[in-house]
Design a protein around this ligand. Sequence first.
Ligand SMILES: Cc1cc2nc3c(=O)[nH]c(=O)nc-3n(C[C@H](O)[C@H](O)[C@H](O)COP(=O)(O)OP(=O)(O)OC[C@H]3O[C@@H](n4cnc5c(N)ncnc54)[C@H](O)[C@@H]3O)c2cc1C
Length: 619
Amino acid sequence: MPKNKTHYEDCDILVVGGGMAGTGATFEARHWGRDLKIVCVEKANIDRSGAVAQGLYAINCYMGMQWNENQPEDHVRYARNDLMGLVREDLGYDMARHVDSTVHMFDEWGLPMMKNPKTGRYQREGKWQIMIHGESYKPIVAEAAKKSADKIYNRIMITHLLMDENNENRVGGAVGFNMRTGDFHVFRSKTVIVAAGGASHIFKPRAVGEGMGRTWYAPWSNGSAYALPIAAGAKMTQMENRIVLCRFKDGYGPVGAYFLHLKTYTQNANGENYEKKWYDQTKKLVGEYIDHHPTPTCLRNHAFVQEVMAGGGPIHMVTKEAFQDPHLETVGWENFLGMTVGQAVVWASQNIDPKYTNPELTTSEPYVMGSHATCSGAWVSGPEDISPPEYFWGYNRMMTVEGLFGAGDTVGGSAHKFSSGSFTEGRLAAKAAVKYIEDQKAKNIKIGDEQCENFRKIIYKPLENYTVGRNEITGGTVSPSYISPIQGLQRLQKIMDEYVGGISVNYMTNDNLLKRGLELLEWLQEDLEHVGAEDYHQLMRAWELKHRAITSQCVTEHTLFREETRWPGYYYRGDHMKLDDKNWHCLTVSRRDPKTGKFTMEKMPVYHIIGDEDKKKAS
Ligand SMILES: Cc1cc2nc3c(=O)[nH]c(=O)nc-3n(C[C@H](O)[C@H](O)[C@H](O)COP(=O)(O)OP(=O)(O)OC[C@H]3O[C@@H](n4cnc5c(N)ncnc54)[C@H](O)[C@@H]3O)c2cc1C
């Protein structure tokens, strides 16, 4: 057992993850909790961490209420439509009614916003998006968090939540280790806000071998946001609703600005508009949902996937026309500079100048997240003024474990939050966490030394596995007694890919495959007891893998439970190929028993709180 120091920190609000939601939570916690001790713990460094690390070119969620461009009701209708009817409208509405104030603060803090020279308003890219010069987006919001927190801990990965020994369903903090020094950190806290991002690399990625690590979603998003609450017995929702993205091939460069601003369009290898070819077939699967406007993201993917399977690929983005305009050509290239420089490098390396060659598109491997055109994550309480009883248990964004809150990708049911909405949700969670403390709900939490010591042993076990097992290594790296994190990761990705609907099976799965997948995942869990780490970096990889594995089990259980194909283009249940509103117009909710590791599933009602009358406006 390595002799690492143990550090104790006692605080009121512990924010796990300092990305968009975490910085929002840290900032807002100080506003309401002037005298509280607020601590933020981040796996990387909050100046450049999370999905926004490299910057963004657009803020994808801004209502523009001051100019009556959109109202929160419009956004709920939009998200509901895109997610094929299934969202938590209370959460979406709550985020939408507060998001503009968040964006106005970004503006005040110095984020360069593009303005429309004619109107003086923020420059729109689409109905919901506004354009920014966003390379420094993350350092700007990080500064607000740094000024608000009592302490920011960088380079500490949180591995487990601490639970109150007086109340087994109440949180009492978290533990983790510093990935540079190896020291063990115990955070005893009255409340915990999990804001640890989404999950990439649970399904086998398209980029393998020398390209491994190149994914659309941030490669360091390892599902801690789900694994931490799942392991503590918190309920999760819509975990089957993984997202598949249509992006520029190999670089995963964003297509939004191309469609919306450059007005480019897609075609198959023969120059045909393939989407309309698949209209009748899609209508048979999902009924009138295909007639909704805008076409739900998954259904556009569906046409793409079907066309490629029918031999119509590759699919191209027609850039040659727009790029003849020098201004649009500049915008097209700049779109990557603030966000995905790698796409420009890929084009350069493949001799693609979009002015003369239409670049290829692809559909990505699936990801799990709660803030994009998808809504997997924790089952949380909504706000008291609008949530129906099934959606409300006292504190906004509190999970089913007391004192445990979530925001951003962590929270399920509320899609299309993006960067600004995630920051906003962090603010909402923090405000509620302060109230929870003020209401004296966090009294007499007991965290004994034994609980901490047990976690310490568990956390460092991979180092011990390696130290013991390396004596048996043969042939340079072949070990009979431990598996390395990369071996475990590739095994996980193969199971998820082949059994749970990844790229190699064109997103197809069924009851038999899922049951077999669950068996294989259980055996993987057994073997993960023997994962070996040769240094602290590998120890981080080992824990990232363990978090991915438990997230994957939850995704698979949910996919098995929902006996329909609700989102063709994200995944298909081959044994239930049709959307089934009669039986499945509901939310799925799971809970893993922390003692037995077994999942139980239930259906929860979908309440349509916002009326339909303005449907046209939402387009
Ligand atoms: C490629 C891409 C393009 C996007 N484009 C746009 C766009 O143009 N406009 C827009 O508005 N939004 C965009 N988004 C969405 C936006 O980035 C996300 O909605 C937002 O970042 C989610 O916020 P979050 O706080 O939940 O996660 P993140 O911002 O990813 O933050 C999670 C944080 O948790 C940390 N963490 C993870 N695990 C642990 C752990 N165990 N212990 C401690 N810390 C941990 C991570 O290091 C990270 O800092 C895009 C996302 C991606 C991936």
